[in-house]
Design a protein around this ligand. Structure first.
Ligand code: SAH
Length: 471
């Protein structure tokens, strides 16, 4: 237990950055009380019970005793940590100076071991009705993992050019030069771009006046190939001193393999605009994942933690235990990663995905890898399955990886109709996954394996693979 006075003070200081906007507005009732944290909610906030009401307190850990300020607005009770009285053994000082301000990581006040235990317990709780949960697959070095970085440009308080990310729920840019979960190379390149802007007298874009030059910088890196793509998102195609700027950037960073300018002149919270022009290189990068090569464009979706994605896909394929004569559906297939990687183990793969561009990428990726037994279709996975069920198609395994909202009854009822022997359900939101498992287990499927994977260390997110079999 770390509970020296020094630690309390530090924790208190750390916590002061956790801005709770609700506290700024007028409130009907405020009280400060000492509480014991009895558990954690799904976002990694500490749970306390006050007069039979459950309240989530940011930055509080299970087992800790603390002073918290409670605010009652109508029936709604919220709380803010004031001072820790008894510290959890999982508490550590956050490594990042922006912690609590940027909102990107929520669990940096917890040791990595503590984070893993929290995620394991969370999945176990949700999966209680379905069976035993295997120990979470963690990351050896849980830093520097993001292969995609996004930085917004603006003017700082002193009129200097800053780049970073929006403060949670606001449009104020927090200047960030180093983010400990991002690829350090990408951070260095972004810092050079900011420096070069000064020498080339380029302005950041002003969202309100809708004028200026650089809006965002997006950098994607190929983990296995070391290829680097820089996307400069600008307010217009007018790029003063373009050639010299590109030359200077490449001189500083010869590792950059392609530079793209993307024009976004709309009043929007979307990062990328419609129009694009390649300024240097091919306009895309590639990466190798589980033996397959994937082409990555500025807009295409690609898993952001390559080390853990390798473990996730390998585990899912191992759990599927494919036979060479199987027909597999890769539902919610994105750019085809899972389907293409598993294609060598089976007879054929049918992929379905809603996003048109992702489907195009999947078809391209099949060609690059010379894979002939995988087909990809654009459409809603549920509707596609209903059609398949109508036509009485045969499926041996359904591999599904839906978005956070989970699947829907259309899809799940068609799975039941088509009756594949196995369903491998990969999810980035075990809450909706548990809901969908309820349906499948009510309709003839049995859960045979549950495997959480930590894809996003320091955040509350957890990925989970479940194997179901037809009874
Ligand atoms: N399996 C991929 C992508 C998973 S992300 C990978 O691992 O890379 C979830 C995907 O589901 C996204 O590509 C999203 O575009 C797609 N999607 C969302 N709703 C969908 C729907 N109703 N039907 C089909 N695909 C959908």
């Amino acid at each position: 237990m770390k509970n020296s006075k020094r630690t309390y003070k530090k924790n208190f200081k750390d916590n002061s950055k956790f801005k709770d906007k609700t506290h700024k507005k007028s409130v009907s009732r405020k009280e400060t009380i000492e509480v014991k944290c009895i558990g954690m909610d799904e976002e990694g906030k500490g749970v306390i019970i006050h007069r039979n009401q459950r309240v989530s307190i940011p930055n509080l850990l299970e087992g800790e005793t603390a002073l918290v300020e409670l605010l009652k607005k109508g029936d709604n009770l919220t709380g803010r940590l004031i001072q820790i009285k008894k510290t959890s053994s999982s508490r550590v000082k956050a490594k990042c100076p922006h912690y609590g301000e940027c909102g990107g990581c929520q669990l940096q006040h917890m040791s990595y071991k503590g984070q893993s235990e929290f995620k394991q317990k969370f999945v176990q709780e949700l999966m209680k009705p379905y069976g035993k949960v295997d120990p979470i697959i963690t990351m050896e070095k849980p830093y520097d993992y993001r292969n995609k970085i996004h930085s917004t440009y603006a003017y700082g308080k002193k009129g200097e050019i800053i780049s970073g990310i929006y403060e949670e729920n606001t449009h104020r840019v927090i200047p960030i030069q180093r983010c400990i979960i991002q690829d350090p190379k990408a951070d260095e390149i972004n810092n050079s771009i900011r420096e070069l802007m000064k020498s080339f007298k380029l302005n950041p874009y002003d969202e309100v006046r809708r004028q200026g030059f650089l809006r965002h910088v997006l950098i994607k890196t190929g983990f296995a190939t070391k290829e680097v793509m820089v996307v400069l998102v600008t307010g217009s195609f007018v790029f003063p001193s373009k050639n010299n700027f590109i030359k200077a950037l490449l001189k500083k960073h010869p590792e950059i393999t392609t530079i793209v300018v993307n024009v976004n002149d709309k009043k929007t919270s979307m990062v990328l605009g419609e129009k694009e022009k390649v300024l240097y290189g091919k306009g895309t990068i590639s990466d190798i994942l589980c033996g397959c090569t994937f082409n990555i464009s500025p807009k295409s979706f690609y898993q952001i933690n390559p080390i853990q994605t390798h473990k996730l896909y390998s585990k899912a394929i191992e759990m599927a235990d494919f036979k060479s004569d199987e027909i597999v559906l890769d539902a919610y297939s994105g750019i085809g990663t899972i389907g293409l990687i598993l294609s060598k183990n089976v007879k054929s793969v049918i992929g379905v995905e809603l996003n048109k561009d992702a489907v195009k990428d999947a078809i391209k990726n099949a060609k690059i890898n010379n894979i002939k037994n995988a087909r990809f279709y654009e459409g809603d996975a549920g509707e596609f399955m209903v059609k398949m069920a109508h036509q009485g198609e045969k499926l041996d395994t359904v591999m599904m990886d839906p978005p956070r909202s989970g699947s829907d009854e259309k899809f799940l009822s068609s799975v039941v109709k088509l009756s594949p022997k196995k369903v491998i359900y990969i999810s980035c939101n075990p809450v909706t996954q548990a809901r969908d498992l309820k349906y499948l287990t009510k309709h003839g499927y049995r859960v045979e394996g549950i495997q959480p994977v930590d894809m996003f260390p320091h955040t509350y997110h957890v990925e989970n693979i479940v194997r179901l079999s037809k009874q």
